[in-house]
Design a protein around this ligand. Structure first.
Ligand SMILES: Cc1ncc(COP(=O)(O)O)c(C=O)c1O
Length: 408
């Protein structure tokens, strides 16, 4: 029963109340110059976002999905290629692979992080592929395996050193799906320093969907890279394949980032380090309160990862009942994601079945995303933890082995 304040899953109103004056000023400036596509606002945002991620270039595009698609196309991925990723991601990752003309293939994730398991990637390469003249081919489909997309899910970095070592050995391009990981850091032995999400692979893809750590007031995305050729090609593909107006070197798409969104993103980017610090404090508080609570597994952060804490996802064997219990207490939660991609109707053609990726399947059954946003107060976090605790206590005292803890 909800007797108190409701706690939203995400509050997007607070940040906009704070920034309203600056945002309106930016929109007014665009209106007065009729500057809506390209121009200074875009250049400024691209320069500052490149610097923020530790990349030489950022290319603003229309969405995270376009960022992935255009990055793959710019890297030379083409029809008849296969691109390897994980099944527990948003469908945009695999949509982008298909839109680039390639076929998605999956490998399972690590039990503790729910991110791409480098051992599973190696297993796929060694057991399911053949190497011919330095190129990798999927034995089942005969397709060239061209690229791998590690997804930094929930803002947590994948084990990039391992994944990049496997990619190097096998001639695979690495495109990071950093759509949930703005500002996440990876302590890299390979690079001998902390590296930002999106700066290690050949390219990184970011989404600025409103609910992301850095969110536009609409749709937006960006590609990051330190490769000048890739940046040049991506700029061309996002703009109908033209380098010069009406002279098309190739077929591209309308994948440009609006100038008004770029100006708004520049305003918000200045706040992002502080917002990410607040997210990390919220996560630390949750960890302190939930660690050791029976029936609940708090997220695991490997020593090499500094998560951007986009989502805070706990695991429970009785996830659905816990979700209902929290909803009854006025606490909104989310599921990211309830059904792994290999079991979605959209991908029956890939021929996977239940049991193909058991770790991802388990994560989909057990994961529950708790409220997480900058500005979530200590009192609210404690209320969420208390509500979870009251569910767990019922679990422990339940009579006659009723595992769900719900009284008959
Ligand atoms: C992991 C992941 N990849 C890709 C995307 C696609 O981004 P967008 O919604 O901006 O197209 C998202 C965003 O929802 C995402 O979370």
């Amino acid at each position: 029963m909800n007797n108190g304040e409701a706690i939203p899953f995400l509050d997007l109103i607070g940040q906009h109340r704070e920034l309203e004056g600056e945002i309106i000023e930016a929109i007014r400036a665009a209106l007065r110059k009729a500057s809506f596509i390209g121009g200074e606002a875009l250049d400024e945002f691209e320069a500052s976002f490149a610097e923020f991620t530790g990349s030489k270039y950022a290319v603003g595009v229309a969405s995270g999905t376009d960022a992935l698609k255009i990055a793959l196309l710019s890297a030379g991925v083409t029809t008849n290629d296969t691109v390897v990723t994980v099944p527990n991601t948003f469908i945009a990752t695999t949509e982008a692979i298909s839109q680039a003309g390639a076929l998605p293939a999956f490998v399972d994730v690590d039990e503790r992080t729910s991110n791409m398991d480098a051992r599973a990637l190696r297993g796929y390469v060694e057991r399911e592929c053949l190497k011919v003249d330095g190129h990798l081919f999927d034995k089942k489909t005969g397709r060239r395996v061209a690229a791998v997309i590690p997804v930094h899910l929930y803002g947590q970095m994948c084990d990039m050193d391992e994944i990049m070592a496997i990619a190097d050995e096998n001639g695979l391009i690495v495109i990071e799906d950093a759509c949930q990981a703005h500002g996440a850091l990876y302590g890299s032995k390979r690079f001998g320093m902390k590296m930002g999400a999106g700066s290690m692979g050949l390219a990184g893809a970011f989404s600025f969907y409103p609910g992301k750590n850095l969110g536009a007031c609409g749709e937006a995305g960006a590609i990051t890279t330190s490769n000048a050729d890739l940046a040049k090609k991506a700029r061309m593909i996002r703009d109908h394949g033209q380098r010069e107006k009406y002279f098309h070197e190739l077929e591209g798409c309308n994948g440009r980032l609006d100038a008004i969104q770029a100006a708004i993103l520049s305003i918000k980017l200045k706040r992002l380090p502080e917002w990410n610090r607040q997210r990390r404090s919220v996560a630390a508080l949750y960890n302190g309160l939930l660690n050791g609570m029976e029936g609940i597994t708090a997220p695991f952060e490997p020593e090499w990862s500094e998560s951007a804490c986009h989502l805070y996802v706990v695991r429970s064997k009785d996830r659905d009942a816990l979700k209902t219990h929290l909803a009854d207490a006025g606490i909104a939660t989310g599921l990211h994601y309830p059904l792994p991609l290999h079991l979605q109707k959209a991908y029956t053609r890939l021929g996977y079945k239940a049991g193909s990726f058991p770790v991802a399947e388990e994560a989909a059954k057990e994961g529950l995303s708790l409220p997480m946003f900058p500005g979530l107060s200590e009192r609210q976090v404690r209320k969420v933890a208390e509500a979870i605790g009251s569910f767990s206590v019922k679990d422990r005292v339940c009579p006659e082995g009723n595992l769900t803890g719900r009284m008959p």
